[in-house]
Ligand binder design. Structure first.
Ligand SMILES: [Zn+2]
Length: 472
C-alpha cells in the first residue's frame, strides 16, 4: 500500500458548568423528568427575549485563557438557522464571525502541541427519543451553555487525537469549566480526517466522523477511517467529502450525508442580544484559575517531590488527588510515603464508593497522621488500612479510633516473645522446614503470630524474634 500522511482535526462541544441555561433561568440538570426544566425562552415561544448568563461567559473566558487563545472581548452572537424537531426556535444562537477565543494552543504530555483554531459559545439543542414509529422531544437540554473547541488540523494519528482529548478533558475539569462526562453528553467530539501523499503540501479530501461516544471510540473510528481511505486511494478510488457515522458495534463508519446535502445556515447577527465588550478586570480575574494547568503540575510534582512519573500521573489525574496530596505533604513531609498511601489503600477504598471523592470526609491533615503513624511503626499495614477505612467517610479523630479499636501496633519484644514461643511450639512442620534451609517457611510463623494479635503485631519485630528463637 502507498504511504500517506494523516491529517486530523477535532471539534469538541462541552457543556459549561453553570446552574442555569445560557439565555434563561431554567436549570441545566437534564436528568430531571422530560420537559420540566423549560420556559418560554428555551422552548422558543415568540416574543420572548434571551438574557445572557454571566457565569457561562466567565467560564468560557477561563477555557480560552487555559487554551492560550487570543480573546475577543467584543461579545457578538449570531443566529445559525436550521430546522430540526429538537430546535424549537429553528435557529441556534452561536458565535460565528467573532468567536470568543482564537489562535490557541494545547500542549500534550508526549511533547507535541496542537493549535486551537477557535473557542466559541453557543446554546445546545434538545433531545429526541426515537420510539418504534414515533419520536418524543425533551427540551430540558435546550439552551444549555456549550463551548465549541475546534483544533487546527495538526493531529497526525488516532493516538494523538486520543491524547489531545484526554488532556483537554483534564484541563476543563481542573479549571472547573465542565464535568466532561461523555456518557451524560457533557462532552461530545466530532473528527475530520484526510490523507495526503507522504510529504505533500496539498491536503486531501476530508471526511467528517460523528457519533463517537467514548475517547476510545474516537480513536477506533479514526483508525478504521484511515485504513479505509488508504485502501481506496491506493486502488485509485476517489474520496468524497461526506459525513460518516461511527458504528461502535460493527466497528465501521457509514455514510450519513454527502457535501451536496450540507446545510446553508444563513448566519446573521442575533437582533435580541446587543453586542458588548467584556471589561478587562473580568478577564484578569479568571487568570487565577488557570495559573497551573495539569501538565505544569505534573512537571512540578516530578521536580519538587521527586515522584516517579507513574505516581505523578495518578496524582494529577484528578484535581482532588493532587490537592489532597499537597495538603498532606504539608502536614507530614514524606512525599513518597504520602503518595504510596494515596495511590494504594486510599484509592482502593475510594473506588468502592459511588460518589467517589465527594464521599471523602477525611481531611488531608488527618490522612497525613495515619501515614505518619504507619511510618513511625505505631500502625502496621493492616491496622493503618483499618483506621483509614473507619475514618475516610467520617473524618473521625484518628487517635480516638486507634484507642477505641485497640489498634496501636505491638512492637515491644517482651509483649511478643511469649506469642513467638507459642507459635514455634505449635508449628513443628514450619520450624523443621526453616531449619532445613527453606527460609520462606518463617513467613508462616510470622502469620501465626499476626493472627494471635489480631493483626496488631509489628511484623518486622516478630520476624526478628522468630529468627532469634530458631537460631537456638
Ligand atoms: Zn428556559
Amino acid at each position: 500500500m502507498q504511504e500517506f500522511d494523516t491529517v486530523i482535526g477535532l471539534e469538541v462541544h462541552v457543556q459549561l458548568n453553570t446552574n442555569s441555561k445560557i439565555f434563561c433561568p431554567c436549570s441545566t440538570n437534564f436528568e430531571n423528568p422530560a420537559n420540566t426544566n423549560i420556559c418560554p425562552v428555551c422552548s422558543g415561544y415568540p416574543g420572548v427575549l434571551p438574557v445572557f448568563n454571566k457565569q457561562a461567559l466567565l467560564l468560557a473566558i477561563r477555557v480560552a485563557l487555559a487554551l492560550k487563545c487570543r480573546i475577543n472581548s467584543r461579545i457578538y452572537f449570531e443566529r445559525k438557522n436550521y430546522f430540526y424537531p429538537d430546535l424549537p426556535k429553528n435557529y441556534q444562537i452561536s458565535q460565528y464571525k467573532m468567536p470568543l477565543g482564537e489562535n490557541g494552543l494545547l500542549n500534550l504530555p508526549a511533547g507535541s502541541s496542537v493549535g486551537i483554531t477557535r473557542v466559541h459559545l453557543e446554546e445546545d439543542a434538545g433531545k429526541l427519543i426515537h420510539k418504534e414509529n414515533y419520536s418524543l422531544v425533551d427540551l430540558n437540554r435546550t439552551g444549555t451553555p456549550l463551548l465549541e473547541i475546534v483544533s487546527n488540523p495538526d493531529i497526525t494519528s488516532p493516538q494523538e487525537a486520543f491524547d489531545y482529548l484526554t488532556s483537554l478533558k483534564l484541563i476543563l475539569q481542573y479549571i472547573g469549566a465542565s464535568e466532561c462526562n461523555m456518557e451524560k453528553g457533557s462532552l461530545r467530539c466530532d473528527a475530520n480526517v484526510s490523507l495526503k501523499n507522504k510529504g505533500a503540501k496539498e491536503l486531501g479530501v476530508k471526511v467528517e466522523l460523528k457519533n463517537m461516544n467514548t475517547f476510545k471510540g474516537v480513536r477506533d473510528a479514526l483508525e478504521y477511517e484511515i485504513s479505509r481511505q488508504a485502501r481506496a486511494l491506493t486502488e485509485g478510488e476517489k474520496i468524497f467529502q461526506e459525513t460518516r457515522l461511527w458504528d461502535a458495534d460493527r466497528q465501521k463508519t457509514e455514510v450519513m450525508r454527502s457535501k451536496e446535502e450540507a446545510h446553508d445556515y444563513r448566519y446573521f447577527p442575533e437582533p435580541d442580544l446587543l453586542d458588548f465588550f467584556v471589561e478587562e478586570k473580568f478577564i484578569e480575574n479568571e487568570k487565577q484559575f488557570v495559573s497551573e494547568l495539569p501538565l505544569d503540575k505534573y512537571k512540578r510534582f516530578l521536580d519538587a517531590y521527586k515522584l516517579q512519573s507513574l505516581d505523578a500521573d495518578v496524582l494529577i489525574s484528578e484535581k482532588f488527588l493532587a490537592d489532597y496530596f499537597e495538603e498532606a505533604v504539608k502536614e507530614f513531609n514524606e512525599p513518597k510515603k504520602i503518595c504510596n498511601f494515596i495511590t494504594g489503600p486510599f484509592l482502593e477504598l475510594v473506588n468502592t464508593f459511588d460518589g467517589r471523592f465527594k464521599d471523602v470526609k477525611l481531611s488531608a491533615k488527618s490522612f497525613a497522621k495515619i501515614v505518619k503513624y504507619f511510618a513511625g511503626g505505631l500502625l502496621n499495614n493492616l491496622t493503618a488500612k483499618k483506621v483509614l477505612a473507619l475514618s475516610i467517610n467520617t473524618n473521625a479523630d484518628i487517635d480516638e479510633i486507634i484507642k477505641k479499636e485497640g489498634l496501636s501496633q505491638m512492637s515491644s519484644e517482651s509483649e511478643l516473645q511469649s506469642l513467638v514461643d507459642e507459635a514455634v511450639k505449635e508449628s513443628p512442620k514450619a520450624v523443621k522446614e526453616y531449619t532445613e534451609g527453606k527460609s520462606q517457611a518463617i513467613m508462616f510463623l510470622v502469620g501465626a503470630v499476626m493472627k494471635k494479635t489480631k493483626g496488631k503485631a509489628n511484623p518486622k519485630v516478630v520476624k526478628e524474634l522468630l529468627e532469634k528463637a530458631l537460631k537456638k
